[in-house]
Design a protein. Structure first.
Length: 618
């Protein structure tokens, strides 16, 4: 067994008084540098044929002076511990490692007067699960500890065969992460030719990041928009991490589908009508950037992650002065009163499920209102508010006027729960909480019930005839949607638009309604399609001059002849003539008129003047 040379004091090895030809220090047998001890070299070639090991706490140091080089390093010939480099611009190579594996570090620094202390520590780094949303995983096998204030590009050595992260995920998402004292953050990096080294793309401030580790980024590719072109291809799949560094308009440059998306400082982004951003993961906006989602544009997110930054969302609506808007907010932080400052303060309403009526939002409780403070009250996520038209809009028979609904705040994303009650007729006032449409069918599969959609008319809020209805059996028009003597064509098609509020009749046992990202769609053409086995008839109630309402009766599989919350629905209120029928007993409360009935297959129904029985039901 070879002896180990132990250094437990300050040692200057062959320190020349004046610079001369480089001398050699041959490490022929293991050297151990104890706690607080230092081995100085200057103007030397340190040639390894054995390891140098340093104490970790307190540190022992191999101090590399000017004109020091290292040769002969390899898996069994390196420094296990810490190296201090007083001149990193001259010597950026740190032959570090542990046990029998070399974990070398190279630095390209911006100046030559900032010392660097660096070491490689085996085992799991601190807080390996505290990672930003650009990362999927941090290596649990070790990390580099760098103590300096240098600005440097960092190159780390790895073995593409033995590195566990490469073996599991491959090289396409292999990168570097830095620890800032709170979390691990992605440092974009490039694998160098030969697949043995990876280097950060930018200079890294080592006073901000103290530890560095191998990592797997969330996205396989990265591409940056500079205002005119993409740096690495058009982002059209979840493979791309997208950075927008210049102005971007979807009507000119197209939709974006990405793994993650970051909008950098001063960029102006417009998601125009009938276009979209789809982001699988992290979405962030710099404070000085601007993102606007215009009427019928959409931001769709897949992962339930926190968003950073503010967006503006707009929807164009045409109304008269006596119309009412059923509205929710696709963002957090939007004040209700500021949403329509020209609307009279007593013309904002919420809905009371217990009383089955609308209550003025800002009127004191003692006067029959909800008593909310107009200065501080914000749109609750997933809940609806009635907003009357601005006071300066003209009422019928005047022509409709444009009203631009505008919300500003952090876009809602991920799972949202809304408490509901069933103390009255079971109608609760909800709203699409996302800056994108949602698929009403998927929503109702998760939340059994019937939704009633206000059709923006000059009828009062107590009129059932202004509501169209939708559930899993189908849809009915409001009376304003059909013309006497012609087929009704205005029934909902299964889309709940951005910012749209609606009443929902929930099941008698439900106390929560759930919204989730899997309900979101970029546009109506993205509605889920299924084989339609429904047989349905629609009956319109009208007189010679106008329509009053409509009922749909459906026959289909997987429903019963009892009350099925997802297939049988009531009208919210009754202020006009409605259909009444002996089927009313199906409803759990007989105080409301029917809108939609779904019957189980094998029921008899009338059509073409005859009665037919359905068979072979499953």
């Amino acid at each position: 067994m070879k002896a180990i040379i132990k250094i437990s004091f300050l040692m200057a090895c062959c320190f020349p008084l004046a610079m001369s030809a480089q001398q050699k220090l041959y490490v022929g047998q293991p050297i151990y540098i104890g706690s607080g001890a230092k081995l100085f070299t200057q103007n030397y070639e340190v040639k390894f044929n054995a390891d140098i090991t340093t104490a970790i706490s307190p540190k022992g140091l191999l101090v590399a002076g000017a004109n020091t080089t290292f040769t002969g390093t390899g898996d069994l010939k390196k420094v296990n511990g810490y190296i201090k480099n007083n001149f990193p611009h001259d010597l950026g190579y740190f032959p570090l490692g542990t046990n029998s594996i070399t974990k070398a570090l190279n630095l390209i620094v911006e100046n030559n007067d900032v010392p660097v202390i660096a070491g490689y520590m085996p085992g799991s780094p601190q807080s390996p699960t505290s990672i930003d949303s650009d990362l999927q995983q941090i290596s649990g096998n070790g990390h580099w500890d760098i103590q300096s204030t240098a600005q440097a590009k960092i190159t780390l050595a790895f073995n593409d065969v033995l590195e566990p992260l490469v073996a599991e995920f491959g090289l396409s998402r292999f990168s570097i992460a830095g620890w800032d004292g709170t979390q691990w953050s992605l440092l974009p990096a490039t694998i160098l030719p030969g697949n043995q080294h990876i280097r950060t793309n930018d200079f890294v401030d080592s006073s901000v990041y103290s530890n560095f580790a191998f990592a797997i980024r969330d996205c396989a590719l990265s591409t940056t928009w500079n205002g005119t072109a993409w740096s690495n291809g058009t982002p059209d799949s979840f493979d791309y991490a997208v950075i927008i560094d210049g102005d971007y308009d979807t009507s000119t440059f197209g939709d974006i589908t990405s793994c993650s998306l970051r909008v950098n400082a001063d960029a102006v982004v417009n998601i125009d009508g009938d276009t979209f951003f789809i982001v699988n993961g992290f979405f962030s906006i710099d404070d000085s950037a601007s993102v606007t989602i215009h009427d019928d544009g959409a931001l769709v997110q897949v992962a339930d992650v926190a968003d950073y930054g503010l967006v503006t969302v707009t929807q164009d609506i045409f109304i008269r002065g006596d119309d009412n808007l059923f509205i929710g907010a696709p963002v957090s932080g939007q004040n209700v009163r500021a949403f329509s400052p020209s609307t009279l303060e007593d013309n904002f309403f919420i809905f009371s499920e217990t009383e089955n009526s609308f209550e003025p939002l800002f009127i004191p409780v003692a006067s029959g209102g909800a008593g909310a403070d107009p200065v501080t009250f914000e749109f609750p996520p997933g809940e609806g508010i009635v907003v009357g038209a601005p006071a300066d809009f003209f009422s019928a028979p005047a022509a409709v006027q444009p009203f631009v609904s505008t919300w500003h705040g952090t876009p809602h994303n991920g799972d949202i729960e809304v408490s509901v009650s069933n103390d009255g007729l079971g109608f609760n006032f909800l709203a699409n909480p996302y800056p994108s449409p949602i698929d009403a069918t998927i929503f109702l599969e998760a939340n059994p019930g019937t939704i009633s959609i206000w059709t923006v008319t000059d009828l009062g809020l107590e009129s059932s005839s202004a509501f169209a209805a939708f559930n899993l059996a189908g849809a009915t028009d409001s009376f304003v949607s059909f013309v006497i003597g012609e087929p009704a064509t205005g029934a909902p098609v299964g889309v709940i638009e951005t910012g749209k509020g609606f009443l929902m009749e929930t099941g008698s046992t439900e106390d929560l309604v759930f919204f989730s990202n899997d309900m979101r769609i970029p546009n109506p053409s993205s509605l889920r399609t299924t084989l339609d086995d429904r047989s349905r008839i629609w009956l319109n109630l009208s007189d010679a001059t106008k329509g009053y309402n409509q009922i749909m009766i459906g026959y289909m599989n997987n429903v019963t002849n009892g009350f099925d919350p997802s297939y049988d629905g009531k009208q919210p209120n009754s202020g006009h003539d409605d259909f009444e029928s002996h089927w009313q007993s199906k409803l759990r409360d007989t105080g409301a008129s029917v809108a939609i009935f779904g019957y189980g297959c094998c029921a008899a129904f009338f059509f073409n003047g005859g009665c037919r029985q359905l068979h072979h039901c499953h």
